[in-house]
Design a protein around this ligand. Structure first.
Ligand SMILES: [Zn+2]
Length: 104
């Protein structure tokens, strides 16, 4: 059986940025649990995590290190489960105004 090969795509996604280690993390699919590099599983004294992929945006973090969140453009390789942050983009979900002129 050959594993399906997905193209590397560019997608906009909500992300979490750890204020402690500056890692930017996203969850690629429903069971993709991602932590920043300073996250400690046992103590939860530092770092943050994201989960849920496109189905929901679940996050967790330590009390002292509330992460920043944003909306960015990512280059995503679903085959390897890797992603690369490209740039910040406006969150379209919060500004849905269908009456606005699209311009030229
Ligand atoms: Zn961190």
């Amino acid at each position: 059986m050959k594993k399906p090969i997905y193209p590397i795509v560019q997608r906009k996604k909500s992300y979490l940025k750890c204020i402690n280690c500056s890692d930017i993390i996203i969850s690629l699919h429903r069971h993709d649990f991602r932590t920043c590099s300073c996250y400690e599983n046992d103590s939860h004294t530092t770092g943050c995590f994201v989960d849920g992929g496109d189905d929901y945006f679940r996050i967790g973090y330590s009390k002292e290190n509330m992460p920043a969140s944003g909306y960015g453009l990512f280059e995503i390789d679903y085959n390897k489960g890797k992603f690369r942050y490209l740039e910040e983009v406006p969150n379209e979900e919060q500004t849905t105004n269908t009456d606005a002129p699209t311009g030229g």
